[in-house]
Design a protein around this ligand. Structure first.
Ligand SMILES: Cc1cc2nc3c(=O)[nH]c(=O)nc-3n(C[C@H](O)[C@H](O)[C@H](O)COP(=O)(O)O)c2cc1C
Length: 358
């Protein structure tokens, strides 16, 4: 039975609120158990998939930034997502940039944020993870570096060391545009050093009898051909478990309409769809599909999710479209995705990964 979608009724109220306040209100609603009221979620056999050794009931996840402090992971799972990524968490708590720092570009179905990793830090994140009943769907911890940190790479190592055993996978986020200097970690030498150090931290944990936990790197969509060549070379050399493509863009497509379009920060939502899918497709091609990819950026329909999968994504994530479509979108995406897979006679989502290149 499909639950009634109340979002169209609540949306005008939410959108009259300041965007960050509306977000905090949403997190509060989830904390209060709103998603427990929803019925069983749709997870047909065709959507089940196994990627980097983890089993996913469906390939649609919530992207990082929605649940920065790991407050509502089981609640997000109950919305129908196949996996949840929380963070970005930095070792120490930090305030982030001054408000306002989140803008809805309603006419463009887009969002601009310049939060700057506002979060409550690793102690709080770990407390939340241990307090919540772990579900049976994968959970990823997205780790970052404090703004004031001199050795940013050491912050990622700290995050992984402290969260090891509490997360099914890790995302090393080096692509937020709102922490000065962070994106330079995507350059060849810095990236190789960073991946070596986080993988060394994992080796040490495995030597202490912890299991192997996949480590992924999340990259920006604003990369040149030579950036992509460098990143894929290092990813292949270091046998990286996966890449997440992509974070928000610092570019501003010329067709943006909304008056907030020139706000500083990262742009996400519909205008990011094509750009991030192009980068995803290029990476899939260069790596010959050898590295699992998570496609994120501008997904607002089953057709968008399917495009990313055909371009090379084994899994997808979304965030901004929830602002405009509400949580019912997750079920709609899955149903439309199943129809598209069946139309093209794929027997599983895994069979469609990279289909555009074959
Ligand atoms: C308000 C907001 C906050 C975000 N915060 C983070 C973050 O802390 N860490 C991160 O890796 N990505 C963050 N992102 C980026 C998203 O995870 C995602 O990569 C991007 O928004 C593109 O997907 P979308 O178009 O579906 O939103 C944030 C995005 C938004 C809109």
């Amino acid at each position: 039975m499909m639950a009634i979608d109340l979002f169209p009724i609540i949306k005008p109220f939410l959108h009259r609120m300041d965007a960050e306040k509306a977000h905090n209100f949403t997190i509060q609603c989830l904390k209060m158990g709103f998603s427990s009221l929803l019925g069983p979620r749709y997870n047909p056999e065709i959507l089940k998939t196994t990627v980097f050794g983890l089993h996913f009931p469906n390939p649609v996840g919530i992207a990082a930034g929605f649940d920065k402090n790991a407050d509502v992971i089981p609640a997000v799972h109950k919305l129908g997502f196949g996996f949840a990524e929380a963070g970005t968490v930095t070792p120490l708590p930090q305030e982030g940039n001054p408000t306002p720092r989140l803008f809805r570009l309603t006419s463009d179905k887009a969002v601009i944020n310049r939060f700057g990793f506002n979060n409550k830090g690793l102690d709080y994140f770990i407390h939340q993870l241990t307090a919540q009943k772990p579900g049976n769907k994968p959970f990823g911890a997205n780790v970052g570096a404090n703004k004031s940190s001199d050795d940013k790479t050491a912050d990622y190592v700290k995050g992984i060391n402290r969260l090891y055993g509490l997360s099914d996978y890790f995302t090393v986020n080096i692509s937020s545009p709102n922490t000065p200097g962070l994106r330079s970690l995507q350059s060849k030498e810095a990236l190789e050093d960073l991946i070596s150090r986080v993988q060394e931290a994992r080796r040490a944990k495995i030597a202490e009898s912890y299991p192997y936990v996949p480590i992924l790197v999340k990259i920006a969509p604003d990369l040149t051909k030579s950036d992509i060549a460098d990143i894929t070379e290092i990813a292949l050399k270091k046998q990286l478990d996966g890449l997440i493509v992509s974070n928000t863009t610092i570019t501003r497509p010329t067709n943006l309409q909304h008056k907030s379009k020139d706000q500083a920060g990262g742009l996400s939502g519909s205008p990011l769809m094509e750009m991030s899918t192009e980068v995803l497709a290029k990476i899939y091609k260069v790596t010959e599909g050898k590295i699992p990819l998570i496609g994120v950026g501008g997904i607002s329909s089953g057709a968008d999710a399917y495009k990313k999968i055909r371009a090379g994504a084994s899994l997808v994530q979304l965030y901004s479209a929830l602002v405009y479509e509400g949580p019912g979108l997750v079920e709609r995406i899955k149903r439309d995705l199943v129809a598209l897979l069946e139309k093209d006679r794929f027997s599983s989502v895994a069979d469609a990964v990279g289909a555009d290149h074959k």
